[in-house]
Design a protein around this ligand. Structure first.
Ligand SMILES: CC(C)(COP(=O)(O)OP(=O)(O)OC[C@H]1O[C@@H](n2cnc3c(N)ncnc32)[C@H](O)[C@@H]1OP(=O)(O)O)[C@@H](O)C(=O)NCCC(=O)NCCS
Length: 176
């Protein structure tokens, strides 16, 4: 199995994967949202303390792609999905996402930069659908701990389970 839960000994590799892959944001997201490195070790530690469970797609035992699952209240969040630049578009992110979706035991939400059209397509290919702006502001405030500017410049996508719970399909009655 090439996908496994990450442990303390993977922390440096996780940070490397995130900061390598995040370079694509530099010319895409608003200038005031970009910083280098994209994630510091302290920020990663804070995410681990907040129980973001990272899984790694590993080569020779070391993660080349990472993705986190975080249970918050009645939903699971997909957090920090990153694949090393040289390993992207080979199916690694898809395998990680499918793996985490099997582990999730509640509706799944994910948030990303509005400008990250490639990431939005990636999640749409896996059946996620964008929520409207008002709902995404509410969800990002309720389930994430991110600054107001990031809320403003992000989008949220939700899986089928979330949509069915929040927007059940209309039943056409054969009514009298
Ligand atoms: C998004 C990401 C995690 C997907 O992982 P991956 O291993 O590259 O994805 P897969 O190979 O399983 O799927 C590839 C699909 O994702 C989308 N995609 C990923 N990177 C893309 C890019 N640079 N340009 C356009 N589409 C891209 C496309 O839909 C692509 O399908 P295609 O190759 O048939 O066009 C990875 O590309 C990545 O780390 N990107 C940079 C960081 C990022 O945006 N992370 C998302 C944070 S929420």
């Amino acid at each position: 199995m090439m996908i496994r839960p990450c442990s303390e000994s993977d922390v440096n590799d996780i940070l490397h994967v995130i900061n390598d892959a995040a370079h694509i944001y530099r010319d895409a997201i608003p200038d005031d949202c970009w910083h280098e490195p994209y994630m510091s070790m302290n920020q990663l530690r804070a995410e681990l303390d907040a129980r973001v469970a990272f899984h790694g797609y590993c080569r020779a035992g070391r993660p080349v792609g990472v993705m986190g699952l975080q249970n918050v209240g009645d939903v699971s969040l997909i957090r920090h999905a990153y694949v090393l630049q040289g390993e992207q578009r080979k199916g690694i992110g898809s395998q990680l996402l499918r793996h985490l979706l099997l582990l999730a035991d509640r509706p799944v939400l994910m948030g990303t930069w509005r400008a990250a059209s490639w990431a939005i397509h990636f999640y749409q290919k896996h059946g996620f659908r964008l929520v409207d702006d008002q709902t995404k502001n509410r969800l990002l405030s309720e389930y994430w701990s991110i600054p107001p500017r990031q809320i403003e410049t992000s989008v949220v996508l939700a899986d089928d389970t979330w949509w069915q719970a929040h927007h059940p399909p209309l039943r056409l009655s054969a009514g009298r």
